[in-house]
Design a protein around this ligand. Sequence first.
Ligand code: CA
Ligand code: CA
Length: 254
Amino acid sequence: MSAANGFSSAVTLSASGLPAGVRAAFSPNPVAPGSSATMTVTADAAATAGTHAVTVTGTAGALTRSAQAQVVVGDAAGFADDFEVNRGWVVNAAGTDTASSGQFAVGDPEQTTSTYSNQVKQLGTTTSGVACLVTGRAAGTAYGANDLDGGVTSARSPLFRVPATASKLTFSYSYAHGDNATSADYLRVKVVDGSTATTVFDQRGSAVERAGQWQQATVDLAAFAGKDVRLLVETADADTASLWEAQVDDVRVS
Ligand SMILES: [Ca+2]
Ligand SMILES: [Ca+2]
């Protein structure tokens, strides 16, 4: 009589710790001692995303052996971020940002209102939850106290794979400025593929009072199909100093 892991008779396999909407099947089951079996994991669309610790147990009579495994539930390609927590965005990843204050941060934006134009500049609202990417989260002591100053601030997303077919980037954005702004001021989004950064969204300032307002952007990502890329969000108070605020929420690539 042979023995594998102490088993000498057919072993019945089972998995525990699977999240809701995920099933595991073993083939063959039971499996002969010393033979291999394949575990196939199937997830519903509603399965809970994330990394789950799963215990695989083999039982034969009174003998039980267990092993740990990880099951990762998530899109094989695509990206979605509501900015309710920082999911890996890095501010000033290249180390070349020039902003002296009002750098990008992920957090709950506090509303600012211009006492000059009576316009809301930094929106206290978001398009999901309570947080977004924002230049200088806190309102500060005056509406111009915590806006972007001195140059460029940037935030770089985690690496993700663009789906192979029909992919689009969507996101919510707001930018606001004073009538001291110029076309040197901007809010941009770039797709970074290796060492190549391609600007796919570009909004410029002008010499008028502009209020903050959530708007929706849609960008075709067909040129990046199947590639592993990052997004780089850049905004600048360039040239002469001006009042400038920018916010981004609900970034999705699908
Ligand atoms: Ca949000
Ligand atoms: Ca601000």
